[in-house]
Design a protein around this ligand. Sequence first.
Ligand code: ASC
Length: 150
Amino acid sequence: MKKLQACLFAISALTLAVPASAQFAKAEDAVKYRQSALFVMQQNFSRVAGMAAGKIPFDAKVAADSAAVAEFTSKLPWAGFGPGSDKPESKAKPEIWANKAKFDDYATKMQTEMAKLAVATKSGNLDSIKLAVNATGGTCKSCHDDFRAK
Ligand code: ASC
């Protein structure tokens, strides 16, 4: 019974990790949450990008596993950009909160391209992976250009 409870608790904790309406105990926690999610996503995306660029030996399974993690983590950071989370020091520009619709649009585009990258890695076709890496990287860059301080 204890095990079942622990298991159900773990499952609900996982489910609760995601919603965009999430509240955090402190604004600093929201910043840490979004930075952590973006870091895990970036580590996994750049591994696939490195393979697409020929900088890392291509391994179809590692690429697919990495892209799957990048796709999942691409859903997480946005909960950490809620009201008040502009206050702690970070590279996130105040323009994010002033132009939330534009920021959200970039976030959606990135998630769409990341999902296509995950599909491409499942095909194992390096040419489609390269195209998807470029499209995804473009969505990272355009948002950074507008909304991330140097
Ligand atoms: C990365 C990373 C980014 C994007 C961007 C793509 O690996 O850290 O910010 O890709 O450089 O243009």
